[in-house]
Design a protein around this ligand. Structure first.
Ligand SMILES: [Zn+2]
Length: 255
């Protein structure tokens, strides 16, 4: 009974200052984490990217365009601000929780069909839809943003239908899909119009017939467009190569 009584009196003088210091240390640690997460450039950003596995991606991208290969290396530019230069293919992927936080319905752009895209896509998407309408072309959205879990289901249904090899040429495995970026749409109708005009409004057809599947790693998808902004879209269009090939070389030039 008596053995427990001295303990508080012995430890109290030492413990009290520790309790007082603890919140200060916690604040400093939280501030450090906040700085590391906040900065899009500089040392803080490099630390975040290193944690994200970017060195592995950089090593691959430092070489020439690699043959299409199924792997699970984290993409080099995964931050929401880097939406236009994130290179996704069967090798490079996003994390399941790499999610845009600014999704809005495609109806905001005056389009029919379902789904959501990032708010930053809406102005160019509205412009694309209006220009198509003026040319007598009706675009309807079949699919837009898809989460990691959505893509698991999409891929599984294709695999069940025609087997693994066919599915891997026809759709991205979860984490590898441009639809997870929130900047990508599949349209019903208007494929020829999109091939000729999407770039004028800041979109690229990611898997054009002329470069697919050899360079894009997927079968041609004339309905699948990704927003990269008008400057990049023009440069990709004028280059004549696919977005995968272009980003492999030029991703660091994208603002
Ligand atoms: Zn698609």
């Amino acid at each position: 009974m008596t053995s427990t009584t001295p303990a508080p009196s012995l430890t109290a003088p030492h413990r009290t200052p520790r309790r007082r210091r603890a919140p200060v240390v916690l604040v400093l640690v939280l501030a450090g984490i906040g700085l590391a997460l906040a900065g899009p450039t500089g040392l803080a950003a490099r630390v975040v990217r290193a944690v994200g596995g970017a060195p592995a991606a950089q090593a691959v991208l430092d070489g020439p365009l690699a043959p299409c290969r199924a792997d699970d290396i984290l993409a080099l530019h995964r931050e929401p601000a880097d939406w236009a230069r994130t290179l996704l293919d069967p090798t490079f992927r996003l994390e399941p929780d790499d999610l845009p936080s600014d999704l809005v319905p495609v109806a905001e752009a005056g389009l029919r069909g379902g789904g959501s895209v990032r708010l930053l896509v809406i102005d160019d998407l509205r412009s694309l839809a209006a220009a198509a309408r003026e040319d007598g072309v009706t675009l309807r959205v079949r699919s837009a943003f898809r989460s990691y879990d959505d893509q698991i289901r999409t891929f599984a249904s294709l695999e069940a239908l025609n087997g693994r090899d066919w599915a891997e040429l026809s759709a991205a495995r979860a984490g590898h899909s441009e639809h997870q970026l929130g900047t990508t749409l599949d349209f019903d109708g208007g494929n020829d119009w999109l091939a000729a005009n999407a770039w004028r409004h800041g979109f690229v057809v990611s898997y054009p017939a002329a470069r697919s599947p050899q360079f894009t790693c997927y079968k041609a998808e004339p309905w699948h467009v990704r927003h990269v902004g008008r400057g990049v879209a023009r440069r990709v269009h004028e280059s004549g190569v696919s977005l995968r090939e272009w980003l492999w070389i030029h991703a660091d030039e994208v603002p």
